[in-house]
Design a binder for this molecule. Structure first.
Ligand SMILES: NC(=O)c1ccc[n+]([C@@H]2O[C@H](COP(=O)([O-])OP(=O)(O)OC[C@H]3O[C@@H](n4cnc5c(N)ncnc54)[C@H](OP(=O)(O)O)[C@@H]3O)[C@@H](O)[C@H]2O)c1
Ligand SMILES: [Zn+2]
Length: 375
């Protein structure tokens, strides 16, 4: 049985190993937002200090990163070291197992970033390689390897996509003026970060009010960047006939509503190429279950406070990204990032862990996670 790798401050492997693993992650990122339900994976084949082959997993159904790297290395793979950011697979899926491919290619060492997150298969690929006499080093740059695939890991462990609630607020905690105007709270640097974030996510969700108030695009505004599926949750379907989201030339849109809601409006959306799905009861939890079935790993909640509160209450949010702009708008009734959670005492406040702060242009970004509920 494989001994589990513990994350510690002690560095695993040499500095060169770290560098090569960082190169794997750089390659993996080329497929950002396109691999779900599969992970982002990169691989590098080295002979001594020379890179002789590189590869990454481009999308589900296509070969894994190791296959591309071995192909590029050709005969030079024999006796070489291969770096791969995720444990090589050991099962027949849409492609044959990479463990067998590595053995057949004759590599002498495999350096792995992190073990497979699925407890049922974790360590299987590594054990197979070791049984074939190949040296295996596990846990090089493990934290970075886990970070890039946090959505994939969450999906495997919890059978739901990772929910990320992102919002922009003023220093006095408002996400819009009392009249509902919110463009723009943050500076262009922060907005460009949001565009990158969208490019890395499978879906972005807003509620009906945000469509009515902001008429957003919700695209990644990048030439080559991936666009997430744009999801609108609206029970009433009391939405504008001409919203930017109904133009699906650049990115697809999915409207989620309740059974029987405004059939004429549904027909109008379908005619424009917008997908519509009716739920008996439209809740964040049901929506996340449906997006899991579609193979999604990460979902960005870009909604206002009403829907955000409902999503948090139903455990559909695991991570918070709060952009804070150093300006004051005031307004006793101006909306805030999270609506009513029903709490009355400060002891009920939901604490965040793994919190980081960083300055983005003239704004501040606070990032943190809700503690994971045990299964
Ligand atoms: N600064 C920011 O980061 C940011 C981001 C987003 C929004 N905003 C601002 O926030 C304001 C809108 O906030 P909001 O909270 O009213 O907006 P919201 O995100 O539109 O959420 C509320 C709407 O979601 C729909 N909904 C569907 N199922 C729901 C459920 N289970 N629980 C709750 N809602 C559900 C309803 O739409 P129907 O009424 O159509 O049925 C409801 O009116 C706007 O002024 C906008 O500018 C700011
Ligand atoms: Zn594989």
């Amino acid at each position: 049985m494989l001994t589990p790798v513990t994350i510690s401050s002690n560095m695993v492997g040499s500095e060169f190993d770290s560098l090569m693993m960082q190169r794997c992650l750089q390659l993996a990122r080329r497929a950002l937002g396109r691999t779900s339900p599969n992970p982002l994976v990169g691989a590098v084949v080295c002979r001594g200090s020379e890179i002789v082959g590189e590869g990454f997993h481009p999308r589900a159904g296509e070969p894994h990163a190791e296959v591309f790297a071995l192909r590029a290395a050709g005969e030079k793979a024999r006796g070489a070291t291969i770096y791969v950011s995720l444990e090589p697979c050991n099962h027949y899926g849409r492609t044959p197992p990479c463990s067998e491919g590595l053995i057949a290619a004759g590599v002498s060492k495999v350096v792995v970033g992190m073990v497979d997150p699925n407890p049922l298969v974790a360590g299987g690929g590594i054990a197979r390689l070791r049984a074939a006499g190949i040296e295996v080093l596990v846990g090089v740059e493990e934290a970075a390897c886990r970070q890039i695939n946090e959505g994939f890991i969450h999906r495997i462990l919890h059978k739901r996509p990772l929910g990320i609630l992102k919002y922009a607020m003023t220093l006095d905690g408002k996400i819009a003026t009392s009249s509902g105007h919110s463009a723009w709270i943050t500076n262009p640097d922060a907005r460009s970060q949001v565009h990158q974030l969208r490019a890395a996510c499978d879906a972005v969700i807003v509620g009906g009010n945000t469509v009515r108030q902001d008429n957003p695009y919700l695209t990644s505004h990048q030439q080559e960047g991936h666009n997430p599926l744009r999801v609108v949750m609206s029970r009433s379907l009391n939405l504008p006939e001409n919203a930017r989201l109904w133009d699906v030339a650049e990115a697809p849109t999915l409207v989620l509503t309740e059974v029987g809601s405004s059939p004429d409006f549904q027909k109008m959306l379908l005619n424009k190429g917008v997908e519509v799905v009716e739920f008996p009861l439209l809740t964040p939890d049901h929506v996340m279950a449906r997006l899991y079935e579609r193979g999604f790993c990460s979902v960005l909640w870009e909604c206002g406070g009403t829907l955000a509160a409902s999503a948090i209450a139903q455990n559909a949010v695991q991570k918070i990204l709060a952009f804070i702009a150093p300006k004051i708008i005031g307004g006793s009734h101006a909306p805030t990032p999270v609506g009513d959670l029903g709490f009355t005492s400060m002891t009920e406040a939901l604490p965040l862990e793994r919190v980081h702060w960083r300055v983005v242009g003239s704004d501040c970004l606070v990032e943190g996670y809700f503690p994971q509920k045990s299964q």
